[in-house]
Design a protein around this ligand. Structure first.
Ligand SMILES: [Zn+2]
Length: 268
């Protein structure tokens, strides 16, 4: 919560959580998505927003950091109220939400709309970091594809693994496969950040030589080997820092508000 004494260090009187959310909804086409959680304003802190903290997940450590930063809003990719989870605000969930409300902090979440945005989305940022050129969606008929197909300069799987490690600061888990082409080089890559390992079959179907996502399941190894497609598990957290950080930068410029990206380290 901002106290009256810090308004002198802020550039304006702030905006309401509803205003900020309406802008983001529109910018990210949030209403076009069927998602696993509500997108937009999840917790209304009841204060004008003068300082924003962004982060990947609305965990307690991020909330504590936002309180220390005197933020009025937290913007995340992974918020609360996931489909199928118990509704009561008790235990860990109760503690998190109590902290938000006690400090007048609003929680704003964008999940799939933030994966898919063509400019500041998680996939778009990952593609840019890895010198991949997005050519379309993994599922070509989706209005806003949450996974993409991209082309790249012909390269070995080892070279791509090194590129991923350098770009994300984390060595990916690489499941090698034998490609059906003559030189074994990767030219066409499927990508979908986060926990999208099961879209590997679709990537193979779309003729990709490699598929990059965040997580890996036991079964993914066999899929990669049997489908003849390299798989790179680049980290759920590591592949999803880009979108929310970029959204924060965009809002900073749009509303002239201080926005701080806070990375709560997560090796998974
Ligand atoms: Zn995710």
């Amino acid at each position: 919560m901002s106290t009256q004494s810090d308004t002198s260090s802020t550039p304006n009187d702030g905006i309401s959580a509803q205003q900020l959310t309406a802008y983001c909804d529109d910018y990210l086409s949030a209403h076009d998505f069927k998602d696993y959680c509500p997108n937009g304003l999840q917790v209304d802190g009841g204060q004008p927003i003068r300082r924003i903290v962004t982060g990947v997940t609305a965990c307690e450590a991020l909330i504590d950091a936002a309180i220390a930063d005197n933020a009025d809003a937290i913007l995340v990719h992974h918020g609360y109220f996931w489909k199928g989870e118990p509704a009561p605000l008790t235990g860990m969930k109760g503690t998190r939400i109590r902290k938000l409300l006690t400090h007048g902090i609003s929680l704003i979440t964008y999940h799939l709309p933030l994966d898919a945005h063509p400019k500041i989305g998680n996939n778009a940022i990952l593609a840019e970091l890895l010198d991949l050129e997005i050519t379309g969606g993994l599922y070509p008929h989706e209005l806003h594809p949450v996974g993409n197909i991209a082309t790249c300069a012909p390269q070995t799987a080892e070279a791509l693994a090194t590129k991923i490690a350098t770009a994300l600061g984390r060595t990916p888990l690489h499941i090698a496969a034998e490609l059906p082409n003559d030189d074994g080089l990767i030219r066409r890559v499927g990508l979908c950040t986060g926990g999208a390992q099961d879209m590997i079959e679709q990537a193979a179907e779309m003729g990709c030589d490699a598929y990059i996502s965040g997580e890996i399941s036991e079964r993914t190894t066999h899929s990669a080997r049997e489908l003849g497609i390299h798989y790179f598990a680049a980290g759920h957290h590591a592949t999803e820092r880009g979108g929310i950080e970029a959204l924060g930068e965009h809002l900073k410029a749009e509303f002239n508000l201080p926005v701080t990206f806070i990375d709560i380290d997560n090796p998974a």
